[in-house]
Write a protein that binds this ligand. Structure first.
Ligand SMILES: CC(C)(COP(=O)(O)OP(=O)(O)OC[C@H]1O[C@@H](n2cnc3c(N)ncnc32)[C@H](O)[C@@H]1OP(=O)(O)O)[C@@H](O)C(=O)NCCC(=O)NCCS
Length: 150
């Protein structure tokens, strides 16, 4: 089903709670990631932002987007559960891609959590494919890792 066009723009003051509620509703939050801290850290920076998609005056979609001076990425790609399948996910990802392209970034890398493989079909529709690089990681704050293991 095709929905109407969203109004997509950077999050503004007063929308934080709606966006965090959306992330909770989409199952994207984790105990070791405080969403308010994540949101405040990313929004409105030269190299990162939090985009919201509005249907009328309701926040129905969001994506955190950013780049590290080389590649781009997205986090918290989300559409309110009751309004999925209307093209809102496609629109919010396209807006995040446009945000990156406007800053000279020509490739986006995405992380999909184990257990969320069902979403790969969505990204496949949008032209994303499995990469050849292996993701590795190191926790720079050991406390955060301990929090995750608890
Ligand atoms: C993933 C998500 C953002 C998709 O939002 P959505 O609004 O339903 O997506 P769209 O309606 O724009 O779908 C775009 C296309 O992908 C397809 N699609 C959507 N979800 C799909 C899935 N799980 N598997 C296969 N295809 C899928 C749609 O059918 C549509 O194809 P079409 O244009 O040919 O009809 C939404 O399901 C969501 O918020 N999920 C929970 C949060 C999440 O896992 N985010 C990703 C973290 S990496």
């Amino acid at each position: 089903m095709s929905g109407s066009a969203l109004t997509i723009r950077p999050l503004t003051d007063g929308e934080e709670e709606a966006v965090i509620a959306l992330w909770h509703a989409c199952g994207l939050t984790r105990p070791w990631n405080d969403p308010a801290t994540d949101l405040a850290f990313a929004r409105g920076r030269p190299n990162s932002d939090v985009l919201v998609g509005l249907a009328g005056d309701r926040v129905v979609a969001s994506a955190m987007v950013g780049h590290d001076g080389h590649r781009g990425t997205m986090y918290y790609v989300s559409v309110v559960p009751a309004e999925r399948g209307r093209g809102y996910g496609r629109q919010i990802v396209a807006a995040a891609e446009a945000w990156l392209k406007a800053r000279g970034v020509w490739k986006a890398n995405l992380l999909v959590r184990k257990g969320n493989e069902a979403v790969l079909g969505f990204y496949d529709e949008l032209g994303y494919e499995a990469g050849s690089a292996q993701q590795i990681e190191k926790w720079l704050d050991p406390q955060k890792r301990a929090d995750k293991s608890r």
